[in-house]
Design a protein around this ligand. Structure first.
Ligand code: NCD
Ligand code: ZN
Length: 348
């Protein structure tokens, strides 16, 4: 039996939803993670500090007793967001970051930004005040092939934004391409990227080869194998600019398995076991703590969690449910297509 002790991890990109779904999924995150950056793409989206405070209260109410978990709230950036609201929310601690969704890029992004220059005045104030910007980095021009949307977004939006606001702290979220990894790794300071668990494990064949598998469909969509390998190299390198954001994004099964299925992979329940497996395969178990527990807080200017977790490699595979139940129906759990031997020791 092998044992790995590390600082308690955080999840720097998480969808908790609301209502029945929140109640069902939250305990799986809060069992393992100390904090999470909470995505604001509810219906309606979390566009002001009052809405963020109300959402935080609902999360705290749904938290199982005994779980030590801090939701770090974000504001959904729209073309009418007020810079004063953002800065006041950040300075009071109500919000930790602002999220940029290009309009139409993903689930509930209709209220996002159509023309990036309309939010430049807000970005300018954020740069001055040190407010981090989380970016969904996909071009939405329908003429751009879906597999190229991240690379094109870098050229058309992200690179010019960095030039214009060199002081703005940017997190390129759920990076999925070699192009994204190179952009983040090789540029000047002030940029980082989150990487999801599933993008370290699947390439686009998982979605499309031998039948269409909607539970592997997410956005940004998984790319070719060469990109997955670039993500694995970045995540396991120890480089401070790369850290975990699971992008665990639950949808009810009927919404996934449909003629027009929703994007999102629900992985919070087995993410840590999957990650330990990946880092072990890459002979980098000693760097899992940097990826999951240290690099994220460093970039956000927060202390790492004091608490530790212990992961245990068991002889027998750890059994995870295929689905979890919510009061509104089932949600399918990410299947990494390998047996998971690593377990988080919750002391139970
Ligand atoms: C997310 C969701 O369902 O909210 N889906 C996804 O595939 N990742 C939205 C997002 O983060 O793009
Ligand atoms: Zn997401």
């Amino acid at each position: 039996m092998q044992i790995l002790t590390m600082r308690r991890p955080d999840d720097w990109h998480l969808h908790l939803r609301d209502g029945d779904m929140l109640e069902a999924v939250l305990p799986h995150s809060s069992a393992h993670f100390g904090r999470a950056i909470i995505m604001p793409n509810l219906v309606p989206p979390v566009i002001d500090v009052d809405a963020a405070n109300a959402y935080r209260a609902r999360i705290e109410k749904a938290l199982p007793s005994g779980h030590d978990f801090t939701p770090l709230m974000t504001l959904y950036l729209t073309e009418t967001t007020k810079a004063d609201d953002v800065v006041a929310g950040y300075e009071s601690g109500a919000i930790t970051a602002v999220k940029l969704y290009p309009a139409g890029a993903t689930t509930n992004s209709q209220s996002g930004v159509r023309d990036i220059e309309t939010v430049y005045p807000v970005l300018e104030r954020m740069a001055e005040a040190g407010v981090p910007l989380c970016v969904h980095g996909e071009e939405t021009d329908p003429a751009v092939d879906i597999f190229d949307r991240e690379a094109v977004f870098i050229d058309r939006v992200l690179a010019p934004m960095r030039q214009r606001f060199p002081e703005l702290r940017i997190i390129m979220e759920h990076v999925t391409t070699r192009d994204g990894v190179d952009f983040v790794r090789d540029g000047p300071d002030g940029i980082a990227a989150t990487i999801t668990t599933h993008h370290l494990i699947i390439n686009r064949n998982a979605i499309l080869a031998g039948g269409i598998r909607p539970h592997y469909y997410c956005l940004p969509v998984a790319k070719r194998e060469e990109h997955r390998l670039a993500l694995r190299a970045a995540a396991t390198s120890g480089n401070e600019r790369f850290f975990l954001g699971t992008d665990s994004a639950p949808h009810l099964d009927p919404a996934k398995v449909s003629a027009c299925g929703c994007a999102g992979v629900f992985s919070s329940i087995n993410t840590m076991g999957c990650l330990a497996h990946v880092f072990e395969q890459e002979a980098a178990l000693d760097r899992l703590e940097a990826f999951a527990s240290l690099n994220g807080p460093r970039f956000y200017g927060l202390a790492a969690n004091e608490a530790k977790i212990t992961m245990i490699r068991r002889e027998a595979p750890v059994v995870f449910p295929e689905k979890i139940e919510t009061r509104s129906g089932p949600v399918t759990v990410f299947d990494p297509m390998f047996a998971i031997h690593w377990d988080v020791d919750t002391g139970a």
